[in-house]
Write a protein that binds this ligand. Structure first.
Ligand code: GRF
Length: 211
């Protein structure tokens, strides 16, 4: 079986993309990055992609075209790069149905809360603090047409401390994201993930043959 080709969608800092590229370089994630697509020409993640020599393209969300027109270009870029799995890593737009249909069950997103808590927005960490939650974390889920509501692949928890600010809490959540996203891709790449309705089954790791 040949390794999966990833298409990574970003809008900003790109630290999750960086974590994926690190895992690939360290030999712990057997995939390749076919294309990074940013909808923001100013994204810091683009500098990281340039530094690492990752192929990237920009489909500017402020180029005056409609979201449908722009996302069709994203779909073309993903198809041209022969992407198997799309990874939304801090991508700040809802994908058009043509993309979620073309890549049904083959798009994952990372969200900085334990979904379904604090989904649907861009301030999940502050929302968890404001709500008085004692635990938050991150979720890797499959992307469907329904925002932040696709089947959950994995979650990691983070305790909320009395003294936490949005920054301190977001930093600890981000550490977990950088583990969770490569781990989720690793499981998919290993063929261990199956979706049954809302439930995602992760098959046990195969026992290596004992010589
Ligand atoms: C992360 O917190 C992710 O959960 C959210 O957007 C942020 C992206 O961070 N969807 P980065 O661009 O990967 O550094």
């Amino acid at each position: 079986m040949s390794a999966l080709t990833l298409g990574i969608l970003i809008s900003g800092r790109g630290s999750n993309m960086h974590a994926i590229a690190d895992a690939i370089d360290q030999g712990t994630l057997d995939t390749s990055i076919g294309i990074v697509v940013s909808n923001n020409p100013e994204a810091r993640g683009l500098d990281r992609a340039r530094e690492r020599g990752l192929p990237f393209t920009i489909v500017n969300r402020r180029d005056g075209r409609t979201r449908i027109e722009r996302h069709r270009d994203i779909l073309k870029a993903l198809s041209l790069a022969k992407v198997d799995l799309v990874v939304c890593a801090g991508f700040d737009e809802i994908l058009i149905a043509e993309i979620t249909t073309a890549f049904a069950d083959r798009i994952v997103n990372i969200h900085p809360s334990l979904l379904p808590a604090f989904g649907g927005g861009m301030h999940a960490t502050q929302d968890a603090l404001n709500y008085g939650a004692k635990v938050t974390g991150c979720t890797v889920h499959f992307v469907t047409a329904d925002l932040d509501n696709g089947p959950i692949l994995l979650q990691r928890t983070v305790d909320i401390r009395e003294e936490d600010t949005e920054e301190s809490l977001a930093a600890r959540v981000l550490e977990q994201e950088h583990q969770a996203l490569p781990e989720a891709i690793r499981l998919i790449a290993a063929g261990r993930v199956s979706i049954n309705g809302r439930r995602v089954r992760i098959a046990p790791a195969p026992v290596s043959a004992v010589r």
